[in-house]
Design a protein around this ligand. Structure first.
Ligand code: NIG
Length: 381
């Protein structure tokens, strides 16, 4: 059943040839985009939906979340707002709650957050393990994530569990735990940071994952400058995420690589860190993605619109750069060509704003602007 979406005031396609089209239309058929272009040239379809001059863009591609968790860290957030610095140690609180939670509770919590994201226009979402940190808990997290997320990442190397010896734990992450999780994930990640895993340990994790055929991602340069970005680029990781503290050499390395710099502005704000240097990266020629980093500790939001508004208002990205980063940029960070773009053959993931242009995402920050969403051609709201 083909659906013609017409009356599009402004269509952002992210396709270099189609570009941005005004007075546009889209045809969705069988879960993919069948046609995109000026309304006057649109082909006929079985059904027609007029969106009344509203702006249409690809659904958000949220390439960084941690949604397999249980428990609550409101008290940690309150302490932070009272002046206590963020430290990765809070992860252990969520690990304890996650290990104690039955499968159905973890699954419900995950589903609730994925649905919350979808209602706000997120149509492709990555999520991670990393709050289990035992072989059984990481494997169960990966399986639960695989049931609802588009992309699943193994983050056994999130934190050395309290009481464990770091080197022995890295052995486990690279051995038995990797064996148990690998069938359920496409990606592996490591938190390369003071207080988490050092450069040598991180390199070991990445090498073991690459040997198993997994794609690589790195959490790097979140709490200070360090080896994370350099390591990610050296290992041809698809993405290095956070990038809050970057040396000039890091920026140059990213700009001359295929590794995407995924910026997480909601996390920077919630942990009272400076905002990542988006302008330096973009001006140097690096590829930038924006993601929510939704998790109960450092960034408890699923709102990609909030990330886009912050990127424009406070990180000096243009609206077009921010919208691209939160759609096509996320797709690039996940090495996907079928999402984050509206062109024939792409997945029919469509986000209609209750606004005439994407500029309103920054012009009206905090206002829920999602009017309609199609995911794989199915109307979600
Ligand atoms: O991306 N940096 C490491 N991991 C998460 C934090 C998770 C937490 O605090 O629970 C992040 O910010």
């Amino acid at each position: 059943m083909a659906v013609l979406i017409t009356g599009i005031g402004e269509l952002t396609t992210n396709d270099p040839e189609l570009g941005k089209v005004s007075e546009a239309a889209l045809v969705l058929d069988g879960g993919t985009v069948a046609w995109a272009g000026p309304a006057g040239r649109a082909p006929a379809a079985d059904e027609r939906e007029d969106v009344g001059g509203r702006a249409v863009l690809p659904g958000w591609v949220d390439s960084h979340t941690h949604l397999v968790f249980a428990g609550d860290r409101t008290a940690e957030f309150e302490a932070r707002m009272a002046g206590k610095p963020y430290s990765a140690g809070g992860i252990a609180v969520t690990v304890e709650a996650t290990r104690a939670a039955p499968d159905h509770l973890l699954a419900e919590n995950l589903r609730r957050h994925v649905d919350e994201a979808a209602r706000q226009g997120t149509t492709c979402l990555e999520t991670k393990t990393g709050y289990g940190l035992t072989v059984a808990d990481e494997a169960r997290s990966a399986k639960l994530a695989g049931a609802v997320a588009d992309e699943v990442t193994y983050l056994g190397a999130h934190l050395v569990p309290p009481g464990a010896d770091a080197e022995s734990y890295v052995d486990l992450v690279c051995g038995e735990m990797l064996d148990a999780v690998a069938p359920h994930v496409r990606w592996a990640d490591v938190f390369c940071e003071n207080g988490a895993f050092d450069e040598a340990q991180s390199a070991r994790v990445l090498a073991a994952a690459a040997d198993r055929g997994l794609g690589l991602r790195v959490h790097g340069n979140q709490l200070g400058e360090g080896p994370g970005v350099r390591l990610a680029v050296e290992q041809s990781a698809a993405s290095v995420d956070h990038c809050t503290y970057l040396s000039d050499a890091d920026v140059v390395a990213l700009a001359s690589s295929e590794t995407v710099a995924t910026l997480l502005p909601a996390c920077d704000l919630s942990t009272r860190q400076p905002l990542a240097p988006a302008r330096r990266l973009l001006d140097a020629g690096a590829t930038v993605a924006l993601a929510s980093n939704a998790n109960p500790g450092s960034s408890y939001t699923t709102s990609m619109a909030f990330c886009v508004a912050t990127a424009v208002l406070q990180m000096r990205m243009t609206v077009d750069e921010a919208v691209w980063a939160a759609t096509a940029g996320g797709a690039r960070a996940l090495r996907r060509e079928d999402v984050g773009v509206l062109r024939p053959g792409a997945r029919a993931d469509v986000h209609v704003l209750d606004a005439p242009s994407t500029t309103h995402l920054a012009y009206r920050p905090g206002v829920p602007l999602t009017y309609a969403v199609w995911r794989k051609g199915e109307r979600m709201r």
